[in-house]
Design a binder for this molecule. Structure first.
Ligand code: ATP
Ligand code: MG
Length: 694
């Protein structure tokens, strides 16, 4: 019997594509089984004799990697008719580009002049270091306002990932920084030096370093030779560096498989470019075989038609026909409500009604463009005691107390890391800025450093801890237990809500138990932190039921039975009011498409008409009025069940146009809000840009 009876003929052709025949690219729409096909291919390859240790699977997040390994193992179990008690085969090389890069670099460290304990800087660390460098160069005081550290980091990151010259990028993307190009170059050079001195690499460096390894023929042969097969999911979101790395791993393309959907490309701000997927086959000679999948298994016909209609308005795309055999059900709902509070109540009502009907909270998700959009809903859920987990919000790692603990671990691994030293030393009461500066300049052993008298006792405890962590007796995860014991009194002294924060640290301890070494733990956590932040309804226990809240970016590749999309209004989706460049607007359209195609059975788009805006200035609080997103124009309304608020509750606003949404230019209003803070300068990048999930 064929093990993969579930597969349709196109999927099977992809699964059983002979590796010797050259590279394979599967381009297909959402929910057509790309990820499933990739997992089946892994299982098929193993059945054909491939060694699971020699398979490299590049996915978008650790969650996706785990899911992929799980699916492949399940198929293998079925194919081999193994009893379910047999341990699944392990796929040790399954992860994100960044985490695989970090692992390879640690292994190669001795050959490339890198300390094996090098530190991986997360975005906030990188921004801190860049800010320190910026200040050291005196750029923060220059007459003409120099771009802020966050902007500098974005420019830096984009240059690295797209491999475009700085001057070209600044001219096209950040034209208001064009007068600073020389200083930016100076800053980036100094930032690079600081990182090297401190044996630290930021996210982009990981890819860049991997790319450089692949430029050395022997090294490329060695690394490429470790893997018989390289499989890439979500290939539409690879950037230039990642595309080059993949090709360098398998220059002839044999053993290479990639799957993706050009209509779901949503990471241009990190240098991804749809062209990479469109041009990918031509990178090889002979070119890659391209297969498509057209049957959608995920969504009801109504959801599929509405999503197809939204993406059909896009200016440039591969035309794809998606069809489904799922029985017809209702159309997705497009619900207009008076304001965000009504939206929050409406979502909570709908979620509870679904749960009453037997649908677990975990099978329902609420998606939004920007992390802050869910704030009113979070309050409402907390008020009603509905547990939820939020993905893509405040990163676990950005929480100060988690950073404190990690800094101590990082400093133990990498004594050269000034950022880690700074953070750890500042925790010691009595260590003022001057003493910390003195510490950073201190060359000898740590024990020889003389702290100020007021800090003496607490300092000794930290020195003793570091000696333990760096000494013979260091062991994992005991090291973390030691650090937490040391940190506990500081936590209580520093934070009023120490009890809430302590729960995060327990979670940290829990995760530590699953990792083999301290370095691996810290690196993995930095690259792909758990995204759940504790919430006011209390962090849900692991096997409890909870609603999923997620940014659209973090929802990639996933599916739920019921999906709500918040704030489908201009100004939120598309968010990009600042520049309004057409390529960016198109990316926002694809984001809505990604959000809608996550739904299996029920989909609701919410259109709040009024937003409450708290003013920093003297004018007091105000309301902004919003228009339904331009991505759902009147011509598409027939695809939706349109629900309007009762007339009596309709919002009173300056341009009431009956039942139609209010005709107000939110963009102009927001620009007006921003203008005073900008001193008449060019419009800022959209404020939420930097918060996109990693
Ligand atoms: P996305 O573009 O959102 O990443 P995808 O193309 O990767 O979607 P999958 O997530 O692999 O799609 O599959 C979507 C759903 O369809 C999953 O629930 C999967 O189990 C199911 N599915 C895929 N192929 C088949 C099949 N041949 N028979 C039954 N179900 C299938
Ligand atoms: Mg997928």
């Amino acid at each position: 019997m064929h093990p993969f009876t579930e597969l349709n003929p196109e999927q099977r052709a992809a699964v059983e594509h002979a590796p010797e025949a050259g590279p394979l690219l599967v381009v297909a729409g959402a929910g057509s089984g790309k990820t499933m096909t990739l997992a089946a291919r892994v299982a098929w390859l193993v059945l054909q004799g491939a060694d699971p240790q020699r398979l490299l699977l590049l996915t978008f997040s650790r969650r996706a990697a785990g899911e992929m390994a799980h699916r492949a193992c399940r198929l293998l179990h079925e194919a081999l008719r193994l009893p379910s008690t047999t341990a699944p085969p392990v796929l040790p090389w399954c992860g994100t580009f960044h985490s695989v890069a970090a692992r390879l670099l640690r292994e190669e460290a001795p050959h490339i002049g890198l300390a094996p304990g090098f530190t991986v800087l997360d975005r906030t660390d990188a921004q801190d270091l860049l800010a320190m460098t910026r200040q050291a160069l005196g750029l923060s005081e220059s007459e003409r306002r120099f771009p802020l550290a966050g902007t500098c980091l974005a420019i830096h990151s984009r240059t690295v990932n797209t491999r475009e010259p700085l001057s070209v990028l600044v001219e096209t993307q950040w034209p208001w920084c064009r007068d600073h190009i020389v200083d930016l170059q100076r800053l980036f050079a100094a930032y690079g030096e600081a990182k090297l001195q401190q044996q630290s690499l930021d996210f982009d460096d990981l890819l860049l370093a991997w790319w450089h390894l692949m430029q050395v023929p022997e090294m490329a042969a060695r690394i490429g030779g470790r893997f018989d097969h390289v499989l890439v999911d979500e290939v539409q979101d690879v950037n230039r560096l990642q595309a080059d790395i993949t090709q360098a791993l398998k220059p002839h393309g044999r053993g290479l498989t990639a799957v993706g959907d050009d209509a779901q490309s949503i990471y241009a701000f990190r240098g991804a470019d749809v062209r990479h997927i469109l041009d990918w086959p031509q990178r090889f000679s002979p070119p890659a075989r391209v297969l498509t999948l057209e049957r959608n298994y995920r969504s009801t016909p109504g959801i599929l038609q509405a999503s197809n209609a939204v993406i059909a308005e896009a200016h440039e795309r591969f035309a794809k026909r998606l069809w489904t055999e799922r029985p017809p059900a209702g159309r997705p709902r497009l619900v207009t409500v008076v304001d965000e509070a009504a939206q929050a109540r409406g979502v909570a009502d709908a979620v509870l009604a679904q749960r009453e009907a037997g649908l677990k909270l975990k099978r329902q998700a609420v998606l939004f463009r920007t992390s802050t959009h869910s704030a009113p809903l979070e309050l409402e859920l907390a008020r009603r005691g509905i547990p939820f987990v939020k993905y893509g919000g405040l990163r676990f790692l950005e929480a100060a107390h988690v950073k404190d603990v990690l800094a101590v671990l990082r400093w133990a691994d990498n004594p050269a890391s000034q950022l880690a030293a700074l953070r750890a030393a500042r925790l010691v009461p009595g260590m003022g800025p001057a003493s910390v500066r003195r510490l950073l300049g201190h060359a000898g052993p740590l024990a020889a450093f003389k702290p100020p008298a007021a800090a003496a006792q607490a300092w000794t405890a930290l020195v003793a801890l570091m000696a333990q962590l760096r000494g013979e007796a260091a062991a994992w995860p005991d090291d973390l237990t030691r650090v937490l014991a040391w940190y506990r009194p500081h936590l209580e002294r520093l934070y009023e809500d120490a009890r809430v924060r302590a729960a995060d640290l327990e979670q940290l301890a829990h995760m530590a138990a699953g990792q083999r070494s301290r370095e691996r733990f810290v690196t993995e956590l930095t690259l792909d932190p758990p995204e759940a932040s504790s919430n006011e309804a209390g962090p849900p226990l692991r096997d409890e039921d909870y609603l999923i809240l997620s940014t659209i970016h973090s929802a990639k590749g996933q599916e739920w039975n019921a999906v709500h999309v918040l704030n489908v209004v201009d100004g939120c989706l598309p968010a990009d009011l600042a520049t309004g460049r057409s390529a960016e607007i198109e990316e926002e359209r694809r984001l809505l498409y990604v959000a809608m195609t996550r739904a299996r059975d029920e989909l609701t788009l919410w259109v709040p008409q009024r937003f409450h805006v708290t003013q920093q200035r003297a004018w007091g609080d105000r309301h902004l009025y919003a228009l339904r997103s331009r991505f759902v124009p009147d011509t598409l309304l027939s695809h939706f069940e349109v629900v309007q608020p009762a007339r009596a509750n309709a919002v009173e606003g300056p341009a009431d146009t009956g039942t139609a949404p209010l005709g107000i230019d939110l963009a102009a209003r927001l620009r007006h809000e921003w203008a005073p803070r900008l001193g008449g300068g060019p419009p800022p990048p959209v404020p939420d840009r930097g918060q996109n999930p990693v």
